[in-house]
Design a protein around this ligand. Structure first.
Ligand SMILES: *Cc1c(COP(=O)(O)O)cnc(C)c1O
Length: 377
């Protein structure tokens, strides 16, 4: 056909694919999990809608695998430096890990870990399945001591929403000494800011619902490990209980991951600027920010009522739970009955998006001013 450009045809041998471990994260985010560079091959992995496959292959049935999941898993695995497994939600991944804990064994976890994870542990404990030992994750000596008879050490750093940071390397070494597995919920930091597997953790958990997918439009979870035996155990369990993701959800999350580095750069820059300005506002009692990432927790000087007023007085900031989307959202965490009483009543968790920081600040400052009736010069 004359309308086709001239050049090497499909039989020309293409370049050898890159080894992702030699590439920088931004390049991995863009290039990993793509079909090979072959003539007329689509650039994006298609959405494969299939509940079953022609018999005789490696997959056989839709609960055991899907090419779209595989593409997502390859990209996330390359970013974390391990092998990834996609789940229907973050909490499905959490449940799958906790299910591996032996009868009556101890799980050490941050008292301020994501409340859905802590609720699962409390539920298992109430049924005599495990013992949950909740610790102050910033007190490394106490955590190391608690590891002594643990089967599993659960880390989340920074924690949601207290934003406490754990010494992952030290705690991991102590846990391994005691023969315990170490899991890190890396939802807040993302693999761009923290790679727990490189600090020797056994397993990374993600709520890919958050920054990984990044657009507040899917629920998705993932586990990542470098241990092939552990991977097999987890995959068997996921497939057995059917905690598998939707195909379209994994496709959307992979599409979102293509811009993870750009989104994180902008959201983090916005967050740092907002932290600086919040610290100078008289309505603000305390600003919690670990120095990286896009989540800020702010404690209103006048407590819960002021926090509730703030979340109802903005135009850009959306009053909503969840986090990690392109749009800025916030909520008073204690509006959830499940949030522990050690989280201040007037704490507002802010998920900073990628809008223009001046617009975000104007909106926030206007609402904060109404709480104090003044605005600092
Ligand atoms: C949201 C969240 C989860 C749970 O993930 P879902 O995708 O909502 O099931 C787990 N850990 C952290 C840190 C979270 O923020």
């Amino acid at each position: 056909m004359s309308s086709q450009p001239t050049g090497p045809g499909p039989d020309s041998s293409g370049p050898t694919p890159y080894d992702a471990s030699t590439l920088r994260p931004a390049t991995v985010a863009v290039t990993s999990g793509r079909p090979p560079h072959e003539a007329d091959s689509p650039l994006n992995t298609p959405i494969t809608m299939a509940s079953t496959y022609v018999a005789g292959g490696d997959v056989e049935y839709g609960r055991y695998g899907n090419p779209t999941w595989s593409a997502f898993e390859e990209a996330l695995g390359d970013l974390e430096g391990g092998q990834a497994l996609a789940f229907s939600s973050g909490l499905a991944a959490v449940a799958t890990v906790l299910d591996l804990v032996g009868q009556g064994r101890t799980v050490v976890a941050p008292r301020h870990a994501y409340n859905g994870s802590v609720m699962q542990m409390a539920d298992l404990e109430s049924r005599g399945r495990i013992r949950a030992l909740l610790v102050d994750i910033t007190d490394t000596d106490a955590v190391v001591k608690a590891c002594e008879d643990a089967a599993l050490v659960w880390l989340e750093s920074p924690t949601n929403p207290a934003l406490e940071v754990a010494d992952i390397a030290t705690i991991t070494a102590a846990a391994h000494e005691a023969g315990a597995y170490v899991v890190v919920d890396n939802t807040f930091a993302t693999p761009l800011l923290q790679q727990p597997l490189s600090m020797d953790a056994d397993l990374v958990v993600h709520s890919a619902t958050k920054f990984i997918a990044g657009h507040s439009d899917v629920l998705l979870g993932a586990l990542v490990t470098r241990d092939p035996e552990l991977f097999d155990v987890l995959k068997k369990r996921r497939d057995m209980i059917g905690a598998v993701p939707g195909t379209f959800e994994t496709w959307l999350a992979l599409r979102g991951m293509r811009t993870l580095h750009v989104r994180m750069d902008r959201a983090q820059a916005n967050a740092r600027e907002i932290v600086r300005r919040l610290g100078e506002h008289p309505a603000v009692g305390e600003v919690r920010y670990p120095g990286f990432g896009a989540i800020i927790s702010v404690v209103l000087a006048q407590g819960a009522l002021a926090a509730d007023l703030l979340t109802h007085k903005t135009r850009l900031w959306v009053h909503a739970t969840s986090l990690g989307g392109v749009e800025s959202t916030f909520e008073r965490r204690r509006r959830w009955k499940s949030e522990p009483a050690t989280i201040p009543d007037g704490l507002v968790r802010m998920s900073v998006g990628i809008e223009d920081v001046e617009d975000l600040w104007d909106d926030l400052a206007t609402a904060l001013d109404q709480l104090t009736g003044e605005r600092p010069a």
